[in-house]
Design a protein around this ligand. Structure first.
Ligand SMILES: [Zn+2]
Length: 478
């Protein structure tokens, strides 16, 4: 596919698994911003160059559609992370085929994943830009620098041109499962919150929380619990927020996320977080509470579907009271049974995040074309699962999966729940590993996928498309 301006035409050129950028222009000077080798050809000039940051930046200069956009103007949006840097074309195709009305966030990676994979925020952006060009995608995209916990992480995303910043104050969320006292609440840093405990108690105690279908009376104990559990997180979220908004040169949008904590966010706690963040001057476009249990990596929803519906409806009702922001669903992939209800319960005002599921599509390509490499990835993933399971919501049992893959149908293995989760959370260790001769698994994976990129894109278009269709159905109605 190609993208065109009046002055030039750009495409990604494949020579086997090797990719390069190709630019043609009538005027040789048009090629000056690009890196590569130029030659006269017919009536014009052709440049062949590397997929470098300089060339990604030159493309973004030339094509407005390759610069990330704000997504907050769109009710329904879906983010698709890309761990290999080769998934964007297939993901874009999925949005074209199945995602009408759903805004794509095609550059999305958490700081933690960037660090595990040794990728810079800019390399994530570069891969997205080249992938969009490969797909010929001209309908715009968002870019989400995900799960940021430090101001340094914000700086990285700003420098790379991200527009959406998911700020995660989760490390400051306190465990209140043993109960809280007034003394615990008094011990908070109230100056950081520009508040006092008495003022906070007066603000909420005895009020009625409207949850749409029902309402809740807020007790003093509710307030003390929320304050102790999330008070420091509010201060930390505002520190990150102020850093992001005061350093951004373009308009940016914010998501606040507390989903990666062990403790469910109650409705009043959501209301408290929104009220306090608003009081302190923040605006945001999406919010990710910690939901009811059941969201596990890479597999179907495992919780109570009716409880989830009631939960999302109430969170959505709270969001509406603050002007309407999106409820953000993380760890969102492969939960096909709940997408219709997620879209309906939020009236389409929802953002879904998927990430590792695209890696699993890439693994299907590797399994077919290089089973020996796949076996190495399986061995590393299975061995590392024991420690990985501590840091993810997963329930796979490695004992239920094979140690030897001789005679095993590899695609079935990738799709079966236990092994799928093991492969899903094993990406960091397996991509960071080496094969028997010391060659980087990461390099070999990229070579295999790039050599079969058309098949890879077709798999992704179908698989991501299944995620998008239920959201597109509701996006079209609202
Ligand atoms: Zn998350």
């Amino acid at each position: 596919m190609t993208l065109r301006t009046d002055a030039l035409e750009a495409s990604i050129y494949y020579d086997g698994g090797r990719r390069s950028l190709r630019i043609t222009a009538a005027d040789a000077a048009t090629l000056n911003p690009f890196d590569g080798t130029a030659a006269a050809s017919g009536n014009g000039h052709v440049l062949t160059g590397p997929l470098s940051t300089a060339n990604a930046l030159a493309l973004q200069d030339a094509f407005e559609v390759l610069r990330p956009q704000l997504i907050s103007g769109h009710r329904t949006s879906v983010g698709t992370g890309d761990r290999t840097g080769l998934a964007t074309p297939g993901q874009a195709r999925a949005f074209g085929e199945s995602g009408a009305g759903v805004k794509p966030v095609l550059a999305q990676q958490s700081i933690r994943e960037m660090d595990r994979l040794g990728r810079s925020a800019r390399s994530v952006m570069d891969d997205a830009v080249f992938g969009l060009l490969e797909a010929g995608w001209d309908r715009g995209f968002g870019a989400d620098c995900d799960h940021i916990k430090t101001s340094e992480g914000i700086d990285r995303g700003l420098e790379a041109g991200f527009r959406m910043f998911t700020l995660d104050p989760g490390d400051a969320v306190a465990d209140v499962t043993a109960g809280v006292t007034r003394a615990d609440a008094e011990a908070l840093d109230w100056d950081a919150l520009e508040d006092t405990l008495d003022a906070a108690l007066a603000r909420y105690t005895g009020t009625t929380l409207d949850l749409g279908a029902r309402s809740l009376e807020v007790t003093e104990q509710d307030v003390l619990t929320a304050v102790v559990k999330y008070g420091a997180a509010v201060a930390e979220a505002m520190r990150l927020y102020r850093h992001a908004t005061s350093n951004a040169t373009d308009e940016i949008e914010i998501e606040f996320a507390v989903d990666e904590t062990p403790w469910i966010t109650s409705f009043f706690e959501h209301f408290y977080l929104a009220t306090e963040l608003r009081r302190l001057g923040a605006t945001w476009s999406s919010f990710a509470p910690r939901y009811v249990d059941g969201f596990e990596k890479g597999v179907e929803f495992r919780g109570d579907v009716d409880a989830l519906r009631a939960n999302l409806e109430a969170h959505h009702a709270i969001a509406e009271q603050f002007g309407g922001y999106k409820i953000s669903l993380h760890t969102g992939s492969d939960k096909f049974s709940i997408y219709p209800l997620c879209a309906e319960a939020t009236d389409g005002l929802v953002h879904l995040k998927t990430s590792g599921t695209s890696w699993l599509c890439g693994l299907e390509v590797v399994a077919e074309h290089d089973p020996e490499l796949f076996t190495r990835i399986w061995d590393i993933s299975r061995a590392s699962y024991v420690k990985a399971r501590a840091s993810y919501q997963v329930s796979a049992e490695e004992d239920r999966t094979p140690t030897s893959l001789a005679g095993v149908d590899l695609v079935e293995l990738i799709r079966a729940e236990d092994s799928r989760q093991i492969l899903h959370v094993g990406f960091g260790d397996s991509l960071g590993g080496t094969d028997a001769s010391g060659v980087s698994v990461h390099d070999r994976v990229l070579d295999v996928i790039a050599a079969h990129q058309e098949q890879h894109s077709t798999l992704l278009a179908a698989h991501i498309g299944r995620h998008l269709a239920p959201f597109a159905a509701v996006a079209a109605r609202v």
